[in-house]
Write a protein that binds this ligand. Structure first.
Ligand code: ACO
Length: 277
């Protein structure tokens, strides 16, 4: 697993990518060989997220070393993330980052551009070249739930509490979470979860496909470690090509998917046997 590394191994985002200082990013980032670990690191504020957090996430995605195959997203302390920083709802907002009342005064185009920048922090976690794993304990609310949904896999502790709180606050979930939620649990369940803003606990999360694995709180790191070992045991390029195939499967017809399998396999065979006479 990732550990403290020499400075040149450490993460690539710089101070000026975010509107706030490090305390507003609220992130730690470490790269250890093929594994990158991003830790939401404001446990005293339950890892509440700001625009600076999302800018920093986007920058990590931009700078991710090519050798990285696995990205772990985790939260320090009792909660994965209590969602957006509630200071956004105050007139003062988050220092240097504004508030919802200032966002409401932006034109639609300017707001959408700002939102796209925030969404960039989540979208790269789906790249075929990596497998992203959210290790989720305690509360994953709003933006926290959506960050977990942005990852390919979710391994959760038995105290997990997912909640899509946005509709209760007069908002919609807009940090890329609606599509993966529908794809994971189906439209009816997604409507139920979002429009009631109710809490989904571990047993239900496993039953409806929100998570692949529930473990005791103390076993979360070990379970993620074991999953990483399994994921790294397969061929890197085959894993990338297979993830690409699986990601495209839903939007293709069976015939198209068969053709895509053939194209990927032809490429694999070329690569595997290129060295042979
Ligand atoms: N933004 C800013 N600060 C927060 C947030 C947040 N989202 N959530 C918790 N905190 C702070 C609290 O204000 C408190 O700070 P303080 O010690 O300075 O008073 C500290 O974190 C601990 O919070 P508690 O409520 O004491 O912790 P507890 O473990 O009892 O409860 C819980 C955790 C359930 C997550 C609760 O804090 C909560 O409901 N937070 C708000 C969740 C929310 O509505 N998020 C917005 C979702 S919508 C979206 O993300 C777009």
């Amino acid at each position: 697993m990732a550990g403290a590394k020499a400075p040149q191994e450490r993460g690539g985002y710089t101070e000026d990518v975010s509107a706030g200082g490090p305390e507003e990013h609220g992130l730690r980032y470490e790269v250890d060989g093929e594994i990158a670990t991003i830790t939401l690191d404001r446990p005293d504020k339950r890892n509440a997220q700001t625009f600076a957090t999302w800018s920093a996430l986007a920058q990590i995605g931009d700078d991710l070393p090519e050798r990285v195959r696995i990205v772990v997203v985790k939260g320090e302390g009792p909660s994965f993330s209590a969602g957006i920083d509630l200071r956004m709802f105050t007139p003062e907002g988050v220092p240097g980052q504004g508030s919802f009342s200032s966002a409401a005064r932006l034109g639609a185009a300017a707001f959408e551009q700002r939102l796209r920048q925030a969404q960039r922090g989540f979208l790269w976690l789906r790249r075929p070249e990596i497998v992203s794993i959210a290790a989720v304990q305690g509360h994953a609310i709003g933006a926290g739930f959506q960050l977990a949904l942005a990852c390919d896999l979710r391994i959760v502790a038995d105290d997990v509490k997912f909640c899509m709180k946005e509709p209760a606050l007069g908002l919609v979930p807009d940090l890329t979470g609606t599509k993966p939620l529908v794809e994971l649990v189906g439209l009816a369940r997604a409507i139920d979860i979002c429009l009631t803003a109710r809490t989904v606990e571990a047993g239900e999360a496993l039953r409806i496909g929100l998570t692949e694995q529930v473990v005791a709180r103390d076993d979360l790191d070990r379970a993620v470690h074991d999953k990483i070992a399994e994921l790294l045991s397969t061929n890197r390029d085959a894993a990338t090509a297979t993830k690409r195939l699986l990601q495209g499967a839903r939007s293709r017809t069976l015939e198209e998917q068969c053709a895509a399998e053939g194209a990927e396999q032809a490429e694999r065979l070329r690569a595997l046997f290129a060295a042979q006479p």
